[in-house]
Write a protein that binds this ligand. Structure first.
Ligand SMILES: [Zn+2]
Length: 241
């Protein structure tokens, strides 16, 4: 047991310089401090590809919990039923851009979690614009926020995305560890969100245990009296530009 414990900081020390050397950044995002009486938390859920976790979608609808959903063109094409539910509750759901084909918006040829990045500025632009067009076609609204697959970028790819008129949607609480965590741990992460936090989790893995944890975490936050906000809330307005 002692050996395992002493290994952890060593691994952490090795991991940080490796990430820095890769030139990849993973921006965080929080709300500006507000004067609300209750803590405010923004739930952001990625619909990368594949299907829809209706355990989560039904909970959001039944409990009237607003959320920002990051959709890809690919997911939109295969989930008309879930899209219809979201569009029929504009008071609850804000749909934003998760890209065209779930390719990391990184402008150099690297592999992230085994996914090949876009690899060039032109390919990043294609991923962002393809996603934007699909969201606009599905919702009638231009997306304001972009979150790339894996949520990692380079400084130059962030500049490219901003140049296309979209802001980078970071987060401050990793709810479900890429939908790979157990239900209990996922619920614990989400329930731990504090005032101003932006939670990330997934809504496209109906067979994963993590989805059950997302539901439990959301219900725990609601029971605590949290005010749920979305990324179109004025609390996310940038002080400049
Ligand atoms: Zn994704």
């Amino acid at each position: 047991m002692l050996k395992i414990l002493t290994l952890v900081p060593v691994l952490a020390a090795l991991a940080s310089p490796a990430l820095a050397a890769s030139g990849l950044v993973e921006p965080s995002l929080k709300m500006q401090p507000g004067k609300a009486a209750a803590p405010r938390v923004a739930i952001t859920l990625d619909a990368c590809m594949g299907k829809t976790d209706f355990r989560i979608l039904d909970t959001l609808v039944n409990e009237k919990i607003p959320a920002t959903i990051f959709v890809t063109a690919r997911w939109l094409a295969h989930n008309p039923q879930a899209l219809a539910v979201m569009l029929s509750h504009p008071d609850l759901f804000e749909l934003e851009n998760h890209g065209e084909n779930h390719i990391p918006a990184v402008d150099k040829p690297v592999s992230i979690y085994g996914i090949a990045a876009a690899g060039s500025t032109a390919a990043v632009e294609q991923e962002v614009e393809g996603g934007r067009l699909a969201v606009a076609a599905a919702t009638g609204h231009q997306p304001q926020w972009f979150r790339g697959a894996t949520a990692k970028y380079t400084a130059s790819s962030i500049a490219t995305i901003n140049g296309l008129g979209e802001r980078i949607a970071g987060y401050s609480v990793n709810g479900d560890g890429g939908s790979l965590l157990r239900a209990g741990m996922t619920a614990k992460h989400i329930a731990s969100a504090k005032d101003g936090d932006v939670v990330i989790a997934h809504i496209n893995q109906p067979t994963h245990e993590a989805g059950e944890g997302v539901v439990r975490g959301l219900l725990a936050l609601k029971a605590r009296g949290v005010i749920f906000t979305r990324l179109d809330d004025p609390a996310f307005n940038a002080p400049s530009n």
